[in-house]
Design a protein around this ligand. Sequence first.
Ligand code: FES
Ligand SMILES: [Fe+2]
Length: 439
Amino acid sequence: MSDVVEQAPVGSTIASVTRVTEPFRVPSSRYVSPVWADLEHERLWPHVWQLAGTLDHVTKPGDWFEYQVGWISVVVVRADDGTLRAFQNVCRHRGNALVCGEGRELSELRCGYHRWCWNLAGTLKEVPSRKGFGAFRNDEFPLIEVQVDTWAAFVFVNLDLAAEPLETFLEGVPDDALWLGLEDFHCTYDLVVPMPCNWKTLIDGFSETYHVQGLHREMLPMTDDVNSPQRLFGRHAKLVQPYGVASPRLRGGATDQEIFDAFVEVMGTRIGQSTTEPAGPVPTVDGVPLRDVLADEVRATAAGLGADLSALSTDQVLNMQQYNLFPNMTIIAFPDLMQVVKSRPGPTPDECFMDIFVFERRAAAAPRTPPVRATVQPGDVDFGLVVNQDVEALGRVQRGLHQPGFTELVLSGEECRIVNLHRNLEHFLGISPSDISGG
Ligand code: FES
Ligand SMILES: [Fe+2]
């Protein structure tokens, strides 16, 4: 089993999951019940920090985008003075949504219904036929402010003005990730994929690697999915997984050529190779272990893109650093490669939206430009071998969760990041932690 380590609990309801004497059991109703989903819409989404977009979405004054989660809609805009502002996307007159989608060069937020108008700082500045309303002051009706803050290139929002600052919410994650230089990553694609599963079904699939042996067997020659330490920060969590080495689950091990073939198939772009072409002969340097050779090739490819990884060790270059940020976001990072996957609830508990943010590392101070934003259907886009397999599997899991005889998920300590999600969810929803046994 994975080396499940280091628990730093935050909040009295969050117990340690490091020593497991019996399975954790989670009621399956949490994944299919409209009542549970309503509770999340009422108590979680309006109160939790969540990733809305990136700095690349809002580089210049007047750049803006809309962020939706359930019924909630937020507009994030870079104001004239260069600061980021966020507002609930609603007109104070009769509730029309002010914006839809994204755009540039916005100079004001003008409602399309009856043309009330605010500046980008959220101050009401114009009301047509104003006399008909009698007397009121413009400062009585500002746009409804939303907290907005950033870490690295990530733009987070929180509708709860009484919520703790983002910096506190993120616990020790930014410090832990400091060496990765995440601030040098630029978002190039922001893809939305409607998925036939609950938002937790999706993010659970990105919260454990127990399923590598089932769903991603092609990875077994190139990753140690067994000796992969996990860490719980309290509400967030982390996995470190070595790549470029065979899984102990492969009883006969793997040759260097097999490790290399699998490495290229899963992440060949890191060494300048196509993931869809045959890998070719394994590179060798006399007396140098394959992992060190691979790390050098990654460093050389990254250098060509302006990233200097020369000070980083082989482990730092080849081990995946995966962060799971409560409630719905995961960062999959290497010093030269980063993707973010996020899930948002859909119209029913059986639907969600998978957001995939693709990043490229650029030289420090390289200008930011807006990413390509698109909604794509599952199967229409090649996300790479591993994510393609995840996308294909999750609808089957959601169907299984509905079977009348299936009443609970049974989780191991290796799946502690899922357990941690539920314990924090209980905390937000005000649910008794006794609903999960184990520990
Ligand atoms: S609803 Fe916006 S101006 Fe009337
Ligand atoms: Fe997966």
